[in-house]
Ligand binder design. Structure first.
Ligand SMILES: CC(C)(COP(=O)(O)OP(=O)(O)OC[C@H]1O[C@@H](n2cnc3c(N)ncnc32)[C@H](O)[C@@H]1OP(=O)(O)O)[C@@H](O)C(=O)NCCC(=O)NCCS
Length: 175
């Protein structure tokens, strides 16, 4: 793997544009067989516009990390402690450019975001059928949680699954 630098994102124009670029390249590829292209486009247009992204980078208890390689942002990850539920946290997003997937970048980024939240039970929601992501989370200690549920993405119903990772004992290293 090329040298990958992980750092916290700032709500600056440079990072906003870099994250949006990764999202716009990764979402259509990741959800090609799972979601209608128009729904993916509508979601990207809303959730990854600069103002929305800047807000996501400033969430209370939040952590928004970028992975950079060859001077470019190749992946990002967002997590947040639940403001009203101490000890619980959500992994909101992790996206690696298609050409960088399977090369250890996602694992590196996930470990970096989980480390400061090791005291928390971590929850992640994924689209039903996103088996690659489910395998990825399982290899980092997440297990399926509860049954599925239906969410709305840009007004389109999407079947979702939840996975959860138990808080880690101090000093534990589960990868
Ligand atoms: C899911 C995702 C974040 C994982 O990131 P990634 O960079 O591909 O993950 P890694 O490379 O760290 O690990 C993936 C696999 O590659 C393998 N791998 C890790 N480093 C490797 C290397 N240097 N060379 C070859 N293979 C490697 C890992 O063993 C792992 O295998 P496993 O899934 O069987 O455990 C990424 O594939 C992605 O962005 N997918 C599309 C978006 C998505 O679905 N996001 C999740 C939404 S809920």
């Amino acid at each position: 793997m090329a040298d990958v630098n992980v750092r916290a994102a700032e709500a600056s124009p440079a990072d906003l544009a870099a994250v949006a670029r990764v999202a716009h390249r990764t979402w259509p590829d990741a959800y090609r067989d799972l979601l209608p292209a128009a729904v993916v486009e509508a979601h990207l247009a809303a959730a990854y516009r600069p103002e929305a992204l800047a807000d996501r980078m400033r969430l209370a208890g939040g952590l928004f990390l970028l992975a950079e390689a060859d001077g470019q942002c190749v992946a990002f990850c967002q997590a947040q402690r639940r403001p009203a539920a101490p000890g619980e946290a959500d992994l909101w997003a992790i996206y690696v450019l298609p050409q960088w997937q399977g090369r250890g970048v996602g694992g590196r980024l996930l470990r970096a975001v989980l480390a400061p939240l090791a005291d928390c039970r971590m929850h992640v929601a994924l689209a039903a059928g996103n088996e690659r992501a489910a395998r990825f989370y399982a290899s980092h200690g997440f297990v399926p949680e509860g049954g599925g549920y239906r969410a709305l993405l840009a007004g389109h119903p999407v079947e979702m699954r939840s996975m959860v990772r138990a808080p880690q004992a101090r000093g534990a290293d589960t990868g």
